[in-house]
Design a protein around this ligand. Structure first.
Ligand code: ZN
Ligand code: ZN
Ligand code: ZN
Length: 376
């Protein structure tokens, strides 16, 4: 099996640039700074991912005109100092028994408004607010939705590798037996294939057979797959810290004309969404392009979710391809295009690729055949 070498790690300079950009964007948005909790934002900005996220306060404070400071519990400080981005920031540790909010407060503007990671613990935010009653807070996704949305060349290379690995997994899954096996068994095969092709983490392995395919939230269950079933396969995870997410819908044996027709419509919708991609185009226009095809074919009420979501250090993040999202596509953004039709009690069809924005339009990071595969 061909394995690609691991990409060069991000450097302190990479993290320094990301933190500086975040502080600048915050200032542009009228914020005094950004408070970053352990999770995807902290990984993106510093490379630091605590092994266990506990009730002890860890927070990165970014403010314009001030060096980045990472407040950490003393017992976590050695690990934090090992993060690649640690060279670009100051560590300030606090020991058990001390008040972590009193340690953090001097770093903050006493009446400032701060962007806060979506996943910060409410307990910590309330602690800071109590210490500094004049401060106010806004969710980072609301304040700086595009903070992680534009990928640089190194991030793009990781997303490409993750997409290629997911494609390899698909190439093998269509050769396994479906008829007579449970959805969970095929899902386990998919997970094993993602790991075989270099993923470190599997986030989801949807196997929606027959009527289960009509529920976009169905993961995989005890249903035994039968000949004649449509099967939605939607799978992804992280490879070298960046995400994959692709969907193909296959059929066990020969499909009926009606099944083929629905699949053709979704495939055409996915293509229309892809062709709408261009720098400067509003995100909602990608959704509209895909949705128009499905609506024109008479299935509009059966396409019950947005057309796509961004992907990076997580498998679901801004930008969202959804009606009402007027922000423009920017060179280097990466997101899914995944229209679907869900016929309750019968079957579902979804086709999904990750796409990146280039000067010439979209470029797919998933390149397996989008025609309906016939499986056994
Ligand atoms: Zn069928
Ligand atoms: Zn997906
Ligand atoms: Zn997706």
């Amino acid at each position: 099996m061909p394995t690609t070498p691991a990409p060069a790690p991000f450097t302190a300079d990479d993290y320094r640039a990301r933190m500086a950009r975040a502080a600048r964007s915050a200032a542009d948005a009228g914020l005094a700074g950004v408070l970053v909790a352990p999770g995807p934002d902290l990984v993106y900005l510093t490379g630091y991912q605590p092994t266990a996220i506990t009730e002890r306060l860890t927070v990165l404070v970014l403010a314009a005109g001030q060096d980045p400071v990472l407040v950490v519990p003393t017992l976590e400080a050695p690990d934090a100092a090992h993060a690649a981005g640690a060279a670009a920031l100051t560590l300030r540790d606090w020991t058990d028994g001390k008040d972590p909010y009193a340690v953090t407060a001097p770093l903050l503007d006493v009446d400032g408004r701060f962007g806060v990671s979506d996943n910060a613990w409410a307990m910590h935010l309330l602690g800071l607010q109590k210490e500094l009653p004049g401060t106010s807070y806004v969710a980072l996704t609301e304040a700086l939705p595009m903070l992680r949305a534009v990928k640089d060349a190194h991030e793009l290379a990781r997303l490409e590798a993750a997409g290629a690995a997911a494609d390899e997994a698909y190439g093998e899954i269509v050769k396994v037996r479906f008829a007579g096996r449970k959805e969970t068994e095929v899902a386990a095969d998919l997970a094993a294939l993602l790991m075989k092709y270099g993923h470190s983490q599997v986030d989801f392995t949807v196997v929606g057979s027959g009527p289960n395919g009509a529920n976009p939230h169905h993961e995989a269950g005890d249903r035994t797959i039968e000949r004649g079933d449509m099967v939605v396969l939607d799978f992804g995870g992280l490879k070298h810290g960046y995400g994959s997410d692709t969907t193909r819908t296959v059929h066990v044996g020969e499909p009926s004309a009606a099944e083929q027709r629905v699949h053709d419509v979704v495939r055409e919708a996915q293509q229309a969404g892809f062709e709408a991609v261009k720098p400067g185009v509003a995100c909602q226009d990608v959704d509209r392009a895909a949705r128009a095809v499905i609506a024109d074919a008479g299935y509009g009420e059966y396409f019950i979710h947005r057309t796509g979501h961004g992907i990076g250090v997580t498998t679901h993040e801004p930008p969202y391809m959804i009606e009402g999202e007027e922000r423009p596509l920017v060179l280097g953004m990466c997101f899914s295009i995944e229209p679907g039709i869900y016929l309750p009690g019968r079957f579902g069809v979804r086709i999904e690729d990750i796409v990146t924005v280039t000067d010439d339009g979209g470029r797919r990071l998933n390149n397996t055949d989008r025609a309906m595969a016939i499986v056994e």
